[in-house]
Design a protein around this ligand. Structure first.
Ligand code: ASP
Ligand code: MG
Length: 421
């Protein structure tokens, strides 16, 4: 018996029947003796529909009003869920993010949680209620206006509440059955991962795996909240995201998962004068356009011309903006031309096991070579190796890496680093 926070995504509460089904599941947790706090997303595609509606009314809606509008989606599902629970005989109450004490910065559409003051939630739990909180929203500390936390951020609401309430864990329910070693739609032999560390989950989420909201994982790591990612359609335990630093490193899998991302594009600045300050000028231009870049490669300069090429990747949606910003600076930076390529994909192998085991890069690149895949760019972190390849090669690259590191479900043993010498 303890305290748990359960979060249900939009697809788990898409219609009346789903809401009633989820209500029964919540009641079971309550009947098992837990204090239960539930965070919900808006029903199905409600947030997108509200966004479309706003754009029909106004081409550039005021961010403050957009947040007022979008937050109604989560209020609907929260209230409906409380009604369904009441009909099952439970005491349930719904609250907006603001009522639940979710205090945020004032950046509409992308506010950060600063503090949680869960007094009303505590009081309601004390009275035996199941508490339902509308996800994805809060109230600005300074302006007192209603804010949203960014698309997909109900996960973050749930983890933040779990931390503030001292919950034993946060369960994130979605239509996906946990976290997998690769996208099962690409790799039929992908397996669910029973346990994964926060840092690996962060790398997976940041490199294209659509598993959890990135900030939710950052929050969970900082506050050490164990997160159980599971399906609302099944009772099976699935993936625990938690602190695994106490475990035996020799038993850690060399590679935990393979992630891919088709959402990036590559810009090459051709013929940049090879002298101090030019790279700074390029990336200063990009930063001023408020664009986040990912990988960077600078080629060796051509001796004859004293010029070099610099390539970098960025979110595809920012491609046009970046090209325009750089073009506007061509007189100042004096490059020859800009090349733009959005037919690329990024494939990453991730695992804390690579920290203590050499040869991971060689194995990854050999697998790509055997599959006849050309590597365009490379970047690494302590626990990740990423390559950019042609968009048409992404699926093959993911499968090749998955097989090479012994992650396929039917693969033989030897997946573990301790025996893989
Ligand atoms: N309803 C919001 C969205 O669709 C928040 C969420 O689903 O977590 O982005
Ligand atoms: Mg949603």
């Amino acid at each position: 018996m303890g305290r748990i926070v359960q979060k249900f995504g939009g697809s788990s509460v898409a219609d009346a029947a789903s809401i009633k089904r989820v209500a029964r599941r919540i009641l079971n947790a309550k009947l098992a003796g837990h204090d239960v706090v539930v965070v919900v997303s808006a029903m199905g595609d409600t947030t997108d529909e509200l966004m479309d509606l706003a754009l029909q009314v106004s081409p550039q809606p005021k961010p403050r009003e957009l947040d007022m509008l979008l937050t109604t989606g989560e209020r609907q599902s929260a209230a409906l869920l409380a009604m369904a629970l009441s009909d099952l005989g439970a005491d349930a109450r719904s609250y907006t993010g603001s009522q639940a004490g979710v205090i945020t910065t004032g950046t509409h559409g992308d506010a950060r949680i600063i503090d949680i003051t869960p007094g009303r939630i505590e009081a309601a739990l004390e009275l035996g209620n199941i508490v339902i909180v509308a996800g994805f929203q809060g109230v600005s500390q300074t302006t007192k206006d209603i804010t949203t936390l960014g698309r997909g951020a109900s996960d973050t609401t749930a983890v933040a509440l779990a931390a503030a309430l001292g919950a034993d864990c946060c369960e994130i329910y979605s239509d996906v059955d946990g976290i997998f070693t690769a996208d099962p739609r690409i790799v039929p032999g992908a397996r669910h991962i029973p346990e994964i560390s926060y840092e690996e989950t962060l790398e997976m989420a940041a490199n294209g795996a659509k598993i959890l909201h990135l900030r939710c994982v950052e929050y969970a790591r900082r506050e050490n909240v164990p997160v159980h990612v599971r399906s609302s359609f099944s009772d099976k335990p699935r993936t625990w995201v938690k602190d695994l630093s106490e475990g035996n490193p020799m038993e850690q899998a060399l590679i935990t998962g393979v992630a891919h991302d088709r959402g990036e594009a590559k810009i090459t600045v051709v013929g940049v004068p090879d002298r101090p300050g030019e790279a700074a000028a390029i990336f200063d231009t990009i930063a001023r356009a408020d664009i986040n870049i990912d990988m960077i490669v600078q080629n060796i300069s051509r001796v004859a011309s004293g010029r070099t090429d610099i390539s970098f990747t960025l979110p595809m949606n920012d491609g046009r903006k970046a090209i325009n910003a750089l073009k506007a600076q061509q007189d100042r930076i004096k490059f020859d031309e800009l090349l733009y390529d959005d037919q690329i994909g990024k494939v990453s192998v991730i695992g804390v096991g690579m920290r203590s085991h050499p040869g991971v890069t060689a194995k990854f690149f050999s697998a790509l070579a055997e599959a006849d895949i050309n590597i365009d760019m490379i970047s690494t972190s302590e626990i990740r190796i990423s390559v950019v390849v042609d968009a048409s090669a992404v699926d093959t690259a993911v499968r090749a890496a998955h097989t090479a590191f012994g992650l396929d479900a039917e693969g033989e043993a030897g997946v573990y680093a301790g025996t893989g010498r």
